[in-house]
Design a protein around this ligand. Structure first.
Ligand SMILES: Cc1cc2nc3c(=O)[nH]c(=O)nc-3n(C[C@H](O)[C@H](O)[C@H](O)COP(=O)(O)OP(=O)(O)OC[C@H]3O[C@@H](n4cnc5c(N)ncnc54)[C@H](O)[C@@H]3O)c2cc1C
Ligand code: SF4
Length: 342
């Protein structure tokens, strides 16, 4: 029986583990956190159909219980040494594992919005990120702002830390436009009196049902989309925020008072991915995401033989795309192991 070690127990790592176990392999997942599931554990309702994230997380845990693969939580890789066609993996828990193949499924990290100082994140209480808002939208959480009031006017800013020369992140994070639409609808359902504005550079509704959801946001929920770039946010004496923007369609400057400002933060490759890549000599793109053999036919195969890639450690992607990428990683690993038996 072949042994595969998967580094990262988010949705990509667990889906790859499940598919490889079904194919008859022995699989171990190394996860640095206490629990598996990755970012999914932090979300409320999922685009495109508002399925509760808890439901998907529960089905993931069910998979872990049903299938016979091992999970090492609170564990990181210390060293990986190639020994002919095997790998020796030394972990922070002092285990030594021998593997026939490795899958990197280390996911992404959120852009640190403090780097866009002009938006006032962690300076003003009424500025939150899309990730913070996910927590506030979970059942039982309250959405009050200053003086315990419900926000009456809310603005979203797109492309925070993506498509941005200043931060060095030139790529599009792909899921934040639709996350903004999903969160704006969710807010409007809870606060029907609120006015909601989304400031965007371009709107990228690339996935199935995304465009329909964007239309619904405008037609059914009266959410206003303004093509404009926000220059700064400042706090007023009553704790509301004054935001300044340029309406790039009319070319006019614009000022607006809002009670809540939501920054749609992008995805970055992050330290977990960098350290896993470093341990096994896998290359990264300029963006920091992991480099595959090519983007079309071999997007799951790294440039190191026997080491494979799954999910958002390779590029920003939605849960659905992550699941598909993870399953294709399992097929590539399986083909590789079959060849190495001959
Ligand atoms: C605000 C926001 C809302 C979103 N909402 C949705 C939505 O509604 N619908 C949707 O389809 N998608 C949504 N997404 C996208 C979704 O979060 C990703 O598609 C998904 O999390 C990718 O899964 P992953 O397993 O590749 O990565 P992750 O979820 O990042 O999981 C990676 C795992 O690897 C572990 N890890 C990292 N480094 C190491 C290491 N060195 N050693 C061991 N373990 C390690 C991490 O702890 C983590 O558990 C949203 C994204 C954002 C930012
Ligand atoms: S998905 Fe939208 S908000 Fe996110 S980086 Fe791309 S264009 Fe900007």
């Amino acid at each position: 029986m072949k042994h595969i070690v998967i580094i990262g127990g988010g949705i990509a790592g667990i889906e790859t583990a499940s598919a490889l176990t079904d194919a008859g392999h022995w699989v171990t997942v190394i996860e640095k956190d206490t629990r598996v599931g990755g970012k999914l554990n932090n979300w409320s309702y999922l685009f495109p159909d508002f399925t509760p994230a808890e439901k998907i997380a529960e089905s993931l845990l069910e998979k872990c219980r049903e299938k016979d693969f091992s999970i090492l939580p609170d564990t990181e890789v210390k060293a990986i040494i190639r020994n002919q066609d095997k790998f020796n993996i030394h972990t922070s828990g002092n285990q030594n594992l021998e593997a026939d193949a490795i899958v990197l499924a280390t996911g992404y990290e959120l852009f640190d919005a403090r780097r866009k100082e002009e938006y006032g994140y962690k300076i003003y209480d009424q500025v939150v990120t899309s990730a913070d808002l996910e927590q506030l939208l979970r059942p039982g959480e309250s959405l009050t702002v200053a003086a315990g009031k419900n926000p009456k006017r809310i603005a979203f800013v797109h492309c925070v830390g993506s498509r941005d020369e200043k931060t060095g992140n030139h790529y599009c994070s792909k899921v934040c436009c639709i996350t903004g639409v999903k969160q704006a609808i969710e807010l409007k359902k809870r606060l029907p009196e609120a006015e909601i504005f989304c400031f965007y550079m371009d709107l990228r509704m690339y996935g199935k049902h995304f465009e329909e959801l964007y239309r619904e946001a405008q037609e059914k929920y009266d959410i206003q989309f303004i093509r404009g770039r926000l220059s700064e946010a400042s706090e007023k004496i009553d704790k509301s925020l004054l935001i300044k923007a340029e309406d790039t369609l009319s070319g006019r400057p614009l000022k607006m008072n809002v009670d809540l400002l939501v920054l749609l933060v992008g995805m970055e490759a992050g330290k977990g991915t960098a350290s896993a890549a470093f341990s096994c000599g896998v290359n990264c793109e300029e963006s920091g995401f992991l480099k595959s053999m090519d983007s079309l036919l071999r997007s799951n195969i790294s440039q190191q033989e026997g080491i494979f890639l799954a999910g958002s450690c390779t590029a920003p992607m939605s849960l659905n795309d992550t699941l598909l990428h993870a399953r294709s990683a399992a097929i590539e690993v399986n083909n590789y192991l079959k060849k190495s038996i001959k």
